[in-house]
Design a protein around this ligand. Sequence first.
Ligand SMILES: NC(=O)c1ccc[n+]([C@@H]2O[C@H](COP(=O)([O-])OP(=O)(O)OC[C@H]3O[C@@H](n4cnc5c(N)ncnc54)[C@H](O)[C@@H]3O)[C@@H](O)[C@H]2O)c1
Length: 249
Amino acid sequence: MTRTAIVTGAARGIGAAIATRLAADGMAVAVLDLDESACKTTVDAIEAAGGTALAVGADVADEAAVTAAVERIATELGAPTVLINNAGVLRDNLLFKMSVADWDTVMNVHLRGAFLMTRAVQKYMVEAKFGRVVNLSSTSALGNRGQVNYSAAKAGMQGFTKTLAFELGKFGVTANAIAPGFIETEMTAATAARVGADFEAFKAAAAAQIPVNRVGTPDDIAHTASFFVSEGAGFVSGQVVYVAGGPKD
Ligand SMILES: NC(=O)c1ccc[n+]([C@@H]2O[C@H](COP(=O)([O-])OP(=O)(O)OC[C@H]3O[C@@H](n4cnc5c(N)ncnc54)[C@H](O)[C@@H]3O)[C@@H](O)[C@H]2O)c1
């Protein structure tokens, strides 16, 4: 049977790679991002490869937009039973310089966004007696200078994941988190630019600290997500996998 997956923040980066991979795995994929037209590149790539995809514009932190988006996806693609909460933003600063707005933005996109999306999708999972939720955490959950907001949100994603696993397990729904290390995307390119570093030099410096001696790619994360949402992974739930080229505590 064809399952319907929703990938948030899928216009680019890790989300685009996950959407493309799940479509290649045979799922119909809702490519959700802030701007519907920005989803076109990912949708076109999926369709060019013979897959099925739908571009959906929504802010995951907006309750009404989330409700409308999930209803539209259920109608146009089929009941969603796979959800990847990937949408994310950075608003880095040291604590003493961090504004309330930058704190709230990061909490809203990651935590409120994952909550609203999962709450809207869970009824389809429970009805189907099958569901797969994958939440994007980060190695920053373990603490990272200049990221009190992001670190707190990404640690929060882990607690959220484990509680979903407890509440939804009896309905055939698993929930797991992926905590990436340094992945080459526009997000990390923007971080390099913000600190005035050349991106190639920034990546080389990061790679030198990583046991497998390279930075990660969006496909590294897509591969892990593909496993978590697979039919055979039904006994794997409440886990946090650090996909970081080496061990993390
Ligand atoms: N790149 C890394 O090294 C890295 C490491 C650890 C975790 N992550 C996490 O992985 C996820 C993807 O990161 P990325 O590097 O691909 O980032 P990215 O900035 O390249 O892409 C993020 C996408 O999310 C979308 N988005 C932002 N706010 C949104 C909202 N309110 N509603 C809907 N969509 C929204 C953006 O428009 C963008 O397309 C994020 O949750 C990020 O925190 C990334």
